[in-house]
Design a protein around this ligand. Sequence first.
Ligand SMILES: [Zn+2]
Length: 343
Amino acid sequence: MKLHNSNIERDIVFSTPEVEELIKGNNYSDALVILLRNQKLDWDLLSRGFDSLQNIKTKTFQFDGFTFDVQFNPGRLKSTTANVTRSAIENRECFLCLENLPQEQKGINYKDEFLILCNPYPVFFEHFTIVFRKHFPQRISESFHTFLKLSKKLGKYYSVLYNGTECGASAPDHLHFQAVNKNSLKILTHRDLLIKKHTEKIIDQRKKEVFGINDGLRKIILIKSKDERFITNVFVTFCSSFQNSTNLQNEPMINMISAFDEKEGWQIYIFPRKAHRPKCFYEKGDKKLMISPAVIDFSGTLILPREEDFEKINKNDIHNIFNDVVVGKELFDYLKAHIKKTI
Ligand SMILES: [Zn+2]
């Protein structure tokens, strides 16, 4: 395990009296706003990354009760094509280890366990990476509790996102989450219509709800509650049945979003997957679309790092992409039934 040394420690934490005060009051959201503002002034790579978002090309596709944006974002090329095979991971320097972060990069301390950093290759105008301070594998079974807590602490403005090791995490060897502004996630905006049009209610107890959503592209387990223990129970039940029904050695293939607000409590969106990348990723020539769906793609913004793909992608391609990477109906029905029976 690589541990940071104390020199790095002193340098890397962003702290001002104002930020300290905000954190003391549990207002991490406004502390992050200050961090981002300062990092844009002090760190060229980051300010260029955010500047490039101003001219980014997007187009929108309408589906039944929801929309998807497609974003041409060349800054994401490295992440889309990341080689996450074991040998490739073992042979590279870990870019999330604190000693390998760029000189200018600073972050907000979270309980001396995590550092919240600005993402220099953003997809949205506010985009953070939340990095565990030790080199420790991405594993949701051991970090789900933190995932919930973080989304509560950041809930004033932000949602917290998770990518499983085999379906989107570009550093599967180093535990991390992302945080983005809630307004950026189209699925949160479309939630009520998705529930109305495409949903089966799996659990309907007072202030404890679980939905199974199948909107024709995605299959989603949505947990809505203020009760942390209930949410954890549903999550653990879901994971164990998913794990048992697939042959994966590691954790089940999932992407997740957690959004918290005081009125409703948590909304946890779980996207069960069957593949890391769609067939079109591996095609050659005209048939190729370089896309590697992860949690942001599932939230309603598809990221394409090549302009040619952005120009040619159509609705049918989007259907095929999700069909290739999302679990089948039979397995989804089984997972829903298992939660219903067990909880
Ligand atoms: Zn690392």
